[in-house]
Design a protein around this ligand. Structure first.
Ligand SMILES: [Zn+2]
Length: 281
């Protein structure tokens, strides 16, 4: 079923676990994410990003994701990832998205607060929850061009941002970068814990692809409630296509099935990792 409202986030926060948000680009990736969530009997979010629907069309990809969410046996949210355009957010709300991310992280602090708060007011009126971002993550969402993180989130500013904007979730920069980076990145757990100590707003980790499982589960233990995953699923998709094309070159259905199966495996592994409560060491 399509998950509306912030109950999903609250449940993860109470359990000390995190929900995975996978960026989807095609019908195959939508199928794989829903199949994985159903096999794990866990809720999931699909990020239908402002960039990922450039090829297929926003209305078309959103409709496919919403239809898959509605017929799923588990709760599935449809989320607009990284959006800097307020008109596009309005359109996503009209299309039926269950949550949106307004990314004002490149703006001066007060302007980020002001614009994010305005988005929150409009989205909440339609029953849509909002993720904001404070601190800047380097790298590109859709390709793996990781470079060192630029500006880490300041814990005091984070508490102020959460309070003044009323966001339902807050993306923070704590050492990761978008995409798979050449040098392994780790979450700065001390900074993350300091941010979590100052606010009860659920924290979101972007750029988590390639993090060692123990660092990722420690981040969840320190207060991360939503984890964005993109590069790992994308790589599984590409690798499966390459392999299937070389073997089943003329059987398109087989190629599609191979891609769905490969992405389902990767997504299920990630969902399982995030649903594990941190074991004391
Ligand atoms: Zn991101």
């Amino acid at each position: 079923m399509l998950a509306r409202g912030t109950d999903l986030l609250a449940a993860e926060q109470a359990a000390g676990t995190a929900i995975a948000a996978f960026t989807v680009y095609t019908l195959e990736s939508i199928r794989a994410v829903v199949d994985a969530a159903e096999s794990c009997e866990r809720p999931v979010l699909m990020s239908v990003g402002a960039s990922s629907y450039r090829v297929t069309g926003a209305r078309e990809l959103a409709a496919a994701a919403l239809a898959a969410a509605e017929s799923a046996s588990v709760q599935v949210g449809v989320h607009l990832d990284h959006c800097t355009d307020e008109a596009e957010i309005t359109r996503a709300v009209e299309l039926g998205y269950s949550s949106v991310m307004y990314d004002g992280s490149a703006l001066p602090f007060d302007e980020n607060v002001e614009r994010t708060a305005a988005v929150v007011a409009r989205a909440h009126a339609e029953g849509v929850w909002v993720e904001g971002e404070l601190g800047a993550l380097a790298g590109d969402e859709d390709t793996s061009t990781g470079v060192a993180a630029r500006e880490m989130t300041n814990p005091l500013q984070a508490a102020e941002f959460a309070l003044r904007t009323g966001v339902d979730a807050m993306a923070v920069a704590v050492g990761t970068v978008h995409g798979l980076s050449a040098v392994p990145m780790l979450v700065d757990l001390n900074r993350l814990a300091a941010i979590a100590a100052g606010t009860s707003t659920p924290l979101v980790l972007h750029g988590a692809s390639g993090l060692p499982d123990n660092n990722l589960t420690a981040a969840v233990g320190a207060g991360v409630v939503k984890v964005n995953v993109n590069a790992e699923l994308r790589n599984a998709h590409r690798a499966a296509l390459a392999e299937a094309l070389s073997q089943d070159g003329d059987d398109l259905l087989r190629i599609q099935r191979t891609a769905v199966a490969a992405m389902t495996t990767v997504a299920a592994e990630k969902i399982t990792t995030l649903s594990r409560e941190e074991q004391p060491t």
